[in-house]
Design a protein around this ligand. Structure first.
Ligand code: NAX
Length: 332
């Protein structure tokens, strides 16, 4: 058995964590033979609830969990961690403006960035889920200058999975027959779900998705809107935001980052822009990436037409605005 790794989940008493923790604890993310020390951070008023979550995890009697550390202390939570799944954030309350929510959450991620800087391993891999995820990840990285920028990411894999499932449903094929759907930009309704480079395998034949769907109007309108607004649709139906699917996407994201992507396949992750595809640097922008030996590279050379360029710029503009608001909130 290898040495245990230390994995932090924040928002550990929340609804996403309730699905996520079981998958992480049973080896879906870091491997079936990788022992884990699970660190569970939430805020002080949630400690009683967190106690119940810990009891349930104990009762799962899983072989890989060596230790659980439930805590409301940030310095204890971030100490020597190998991976950080930053799910916890303040929820949007009635009457709260987007700007107020952003300011409140930016403060949380400013503090957690500093904690990563002081206490975590320099090799830590960080995925931010709490919204606004891209901008929170940007702030986290900014306040953790001793950790390489490339170690920070935000979750857009749920959006990618939603896009893949919509195409598979439309073509009546299994989900894994659809490959290389891309999410560009922000995890928000300005994101650009792009299937112009995606393929589908049907009856043993690999085809571009656009050729198989044969309906450009649907692909450019209804499909994009459905993916962009899927989170809101789930809230409307369930009266709660996505949790099971979000947890699954977090697992996909971190597992692929840990173990790599398959040859010829890419996945979407919000990562610091290096200027690829004319996206301004210093933004956490979702790109298609290949991953090998724990390191991702942004897929290069994809053809971007005018229509795609326009959509990629809209979501970049929103991220620039969020960045300005976030930086201003950090000064307050
Ligand atoms: P819940 O409100 O159920 O849980 C959030 C938990 O975080 C609570 O237990 C709360 O006490 C805790 N928390 C708040 N401040 C904290 C802090 N400073 N440190 C540690 N814990 C803290 O929300 P849940 O449904 O689990 O969603 C969590 C976050 O994920 C939200 O911000 C949500 O908007 C975001 N999402 C992001 C998605 C993505 O794809 N990037 C999709 C799903 C989800 O909507």
């Amino acid at each position: 058995m290898p040495e245990p790794i230390k994995v932090l989940v924040t928002g550990a008493a929340g609804q996403i964590a309730y699905s996520l923790l079981y998958s992480v604890a049973k080896g879906d993310v870091f491997g079936k033979d990788q022992p884990i020390i699970l660190v569970l951070l939430d805020i002080t008023p949630m400690m009683e609830v967190l106690k119940g979550v810990v009891m349930e995890l104990q009762d799962c009697a899983l072989p890989l969990v060596q230790e659980m550390i439930p805590t409301d202390k940030i310095e204890e939570a971030f100490k020597d961690i190998d991976a950080a799944l930053l799910v916890g954030a303040m929820p949007r309350r009635d009457g709260m403006e987007r700007k107020d929510l952003l300011a409140a959450n930016v403060k949380i991620f400013q503090e957690q960035g500093k904690a990563l800087d002081h206490y975590a391993k320099k090799t830590v891999k960080v995925v931010v889920v709490g919204n606004p995820a891209n901008t929170n990840a940007f702030i986290c990285s900014k306040f953790a200058p001793s950790i390489p920028k490339e170690n920070f990411s935000a979750l857009t894999r749920l959006d990618q999975n939603r896009a893949q499932a919509q195409i598979a449903g439309r073509l009546n094929v299994p989900n894994n027959a659809v490959k290389n759907c891309i999410i560009w930009g922000n995890h928000s309704s300005t994101q650009f779900p792009d299937v112009s480079h995606a393929t589908v395998t049907k009856n043993g034949v690999v085809q571009p998705v656009a050729e198989a769907v044969k309906d450009d109007h649907w692909l450019n309108n209804e499909f994009i809107k459905t993916v962009q607004n899927r989170g809101a649709a789930v809230i409307k139906a369930r009266k709660l935001s996505s949790a099971m699917s979000a947890a699954k996407a977090i697992c996909d994201h971190m597992r692929d980052w840990w173990f790599g992507t398959h040859e010829g396949e890419w996945v979407s992750m919000a990562v610091p822009s290096d200027g690829s595809y004319e996206i301004e640097q210093d933004l956490m922008y979702s790109f298609p990436v290949n991953i090998k030996n724990g390191k991702y590279t942004i897929v290069q050379g994809l053809k971007i037409d005018d229509n795609a360029r326009e959509k990629m710029n809209v979501t970049m503009k929103e991220l620039k605005e969020e960045r300005e608001m976030a930086l201003a909130a950090c000064q307050e």
